[in-house]
Design a binder for this molecule. Structure first.
Ligand code: FAD
Length: 90
């Protein structure tokens, strides 16, 4: 017997859109647009924020973490709080 994971498996286990295993795929055609970060808020919905592979082009775990960092930084700015981290911006 062979146990095979398909996109349906990913969809069943993770609920990911169309069973994708990462977020946006960068291609030579879209890379110019996709390198721009996506908005982490929605118009008309206050106190709602998004982070993760669907709002940070590239996909994967490092991208998800970068997305969370970007979000916390912008929430700190909104709250007039200093963004403190052990890995400061360069
Ligand atoms: C098989 C596989 C192998 C992978 N291997 C690697 C790898 O080697 N290296 C790498 O960097 N990346 C890898 N990835 C990609 C990586 O796992 C994802 O890019 C990353 O987990 C995305 O993180 P996220 O926080 O954006 O989303 P997720 O980790 O998908 O988190 C989203 C969370 O939201 C929850 N959720 C969904 N809908 C709702 C709702 N309506 N209400 C409440 N909660 C909800 C989900 O249950 C989930 O817990 C792999 C992915 C897969 C599927």
């Amino acid at each position: 017997m062979t146990d095979v994971a398909t996109p349906m498996t990913f969809e069943r286990y993770t609920g990911n859109w169309k069973g994708s295993f990462e977020g946006w795929q960068l291609t030579p055609e879209n890379s110019y647009v996709m390198m721009k970060p996506l908005s982490q808020t929605l118009p008309g919905l206050s106190n709602f924020y998004m982070c993760g592979q669907w709002v940070e082009p590239g996909g994967g775990l490092p991208t998800g973490v970068m997305s969370a960092r970007r979000l916390i930084k912008s929430i700190c700015k909104e709250d007039h709080k200093k963004f403190k981290t052990s890995f400061p911006d360069k």
